[in-house]
Design a protein around this ligand. Structure first.
Ligand code: NAG
Ligand code: NAG
Ligand code: NAG
Ligand code: NAG
Ligand code: NAG
Length: 333
């Protein structure tokens, strides 16, 4: 979708960085798993298209085993790829594998290339002639880690990330990696518009059988919208979700979500049969309403959430035929 810059600034999000948290995907890689690409998160889900610039730059915090997939397919669903592992073998090696079961990956010793609590910045560049260049940036300069040429190059269309072998990761992509959506004649404005996005898709992984009826610090299981520079300010926001059931929204008293004072909404609870609202850690729902089949595994469903100073919370579902209220409830405390 294409949006004019001016619109962009008024109506859409301006983002200067995107953070993605990847959970450990287990003891798996392209050496043993032919469908390893299914374990990757595609940057295109976040509206980042590094293939256009043939490079990707990111900062990562992970103890070891940060993987990048350079794929022949836009959606990563291809057996034709390069898999790069930074800090493999317990943060000892970095390697580049060309395909599944590639027994002779390009491998070099890179002790402590990653750090559990340290942010490391990397840039990966490639060309259609088959060169792949990986460099690490630090205060003392830029160090080339890998510089290779593949004699049978592949045309890279998609880029994915994941962490594995017991490692979780926090990845930060700055706006320069993102796609340009706005254009304007005025130079100053288009400078800002380089970072205009018209929508952001966030992939959330199953956080397990936890909710505010079960654990007091459930807020630690939420993805923080402020990390995406989404700061609902008008006491309302619109969100589309594609999920089979159990889509949770936390309305927290704290900017960083670290507060026991919150509302938890669960859309499509009980196997997609009901929608509930909870206040704080509690075994009781303050609202529970029947909404059979409200979410769809395959289609986006759009909801509108709003809240008012008098404690009224409203959830509406937007459908093409009839926009309908799911619930409206007023908290008297
Ligand atoms: C949410 O983001 C804020 C600001 O970036 C940060 O201080 C806080 O720790 C984050 N909270 C969680 C639960 O990730
Ligand atoms: C929710 O938690 C906050 C903070 O602990 C507390 O001040 C408030 O009274 C609680 N509200 C309800 C309805 O339990
Ligand atoms: C929920 O909906 C499913 C069909 O989607 C149905 O089989 C089931 O009995 C309903 N009730 C519960 C509590 O899961
Ligand atoms: C999903 O959307 C398509 C196209 O808009 C429509 O034909 C289909 O019926 C929808 N499926 C569901 C489960 O709502
Ligand atoms: C929730 O309802 C939608 C629409 O009927 C359906 O496509 C989806 O499979 C349901 N999810 C579950 C877990 O039943």
């Amino acid at each position: 979708m294409f949006q004019l810059c001016i619109l962009c600034q008024i109506m859409f999000l301006i983002v200067d960085e995107i953070q993605i948290r990847t959970l450990n995907t287990g003891n798996t890689d392209s050496y043993t798993n032919p469908n390893i690409f299914e374990d990757y998160i595609s940057l295109s889900d976040y509206h980042m298209f590094p293939s256009e610039k043939q490079s990707v730059r990111f900062t990562i915090e992970a103890c070891h085993d940060a993987f990048i997939l350079l794929s022949a397919a836009f959606d990563l669903k291809s057996h034709d790829f390069y898999e790069i592992c930074l800090g493999g073998s317990g943060n000892q090696d970095t390697y580049l594998r060309r395909k599944y079961n590639d027994a002779n990956p390009f491998k070099i010793s890179t002790p402590d290339i990653l750090g559990c609590t340290e942010k490391s910045t990397f840039e990966i560049r490639w060309t259609i002639e088959g060169t792949i260049h990986i460099a690490k940036e630090s205060a003392v300069g830029t160090e080339t880690i890998i510089d290779v040429k593949d004699s049978t190059p592949l045309l890279i269309r998609g880029v994915g990330i994941r962490t594995a072998w017991g490692s979780d990761g926090l990845w930060i992509f700055e706006s320069a990696s993102m796609q340009t959506h706005g254009t304007q004649d005025n130079g100053e404005v288009s400078e800002i518009c380089r970072t205009c996005l018209d929508e952001i898709w966030i992939q959330t992984l199953d956080s397990g059988n936890v909710d505010a009826t079960k654990i007091p610090d459930v807020f630690n299981y939420y993805t923080n919208l402020s990390n995406y520079h989404i700061l609902p300010s008008q006491n309302q926001f619109r969100i589309s979700v594609k999920a089979c059931h159990d889509a949770f929204i936390l309305l927290s008293a704290a900017k960083d979500l670290q507060s026991p004072d919150f509302y938890e909404i669960c859309i499509g609870a009980r196997n997609n049969n009901s929608t509930v609202l909870r206040r704080n850690f509690s075994s009781n729902n303050v609202v529970s309403t029947l909404t059979p089949g409200t979410l769809s595994c395959t289609n986006r469903t759009t909801f509108f959430v709003s809240w008012e100073i008098n404690g009224q919370i409203t959830l509406k579902k937007e459908t093409s035929d009839r926009p309908g209220g799911v619930f409206r409830w007023t908290d008297t405390t």
